[in-house]
Design a binder for this molecule. Sequence first.
Ligand code: ADP
Length: 213
Amino acid sequence: MNIILFGPPGAGKGTQAQFIVKKYNYFQLSTGDLLRNESKQKTPLGNKIEELISNGKFVSDEIVNTLLKNSITKLKFKDRIIFDGYPRNIQQAKKLEEILAEFDQKISHIVYLNVTRNIIEKRIMGRVTCEKCSVTFNEFFNKKEIELHPCGKGHLVKRKDDNYETIISRYDTYTNNTKPILDFYSKNVNFIEIDGNLKIDEITSKISDILEV
Ligand code: ADP
């Protein structure tokens, strides 16, 4: 099955996606990561993306769709994709249906991590990601795990867009453009809402229940 992990920025989508990839051999497709990788390579497209991301803006649908299509065609795990942070608006949701249909695939589940606004702030302000292995921790909640991280804590970096100004603009964009797509999916796929304020392990176990039916 192909799954969309849905929720506001900081809901824990990336954290849960990492778990699903490891445990169930899924392929994680995060357009945020695709965009960040492109910008790391300093291509003209990458530089444009870099400028938009650090201002908390969304890049155009055309750019995202191109990167996405390149990557779906390379996928080894048919019907084993977990989308994290995509689609972000109705146009992208429709385009995704089209692209998947070309490869005889579809979205079967949407898992909505519902988190309150005040919790999101602390999660995003504390988020650090390992530049070597991509695992994500939180400086406020995972002090012990950070000390024990095998790659060393020197490799843990903050995302450029994880600051107060961009959190506000990203949250507004989520409310106005992204959240409405829940309606689009509610008719077509299995829709599961999980309380995203719970502990990481509690959410993980609820997601496992869905994957193991
Ligand atoms: P998203 O991908 O939805 O933007 P992340 O998975 O990157 O969110 O999580 C944002 C931050 O919150 C990270 O620092 C992560 O360690 C932390 N986090 C994620 N899920 C939880 C949770 N259930 N409880 C506490 N902290 C969490």
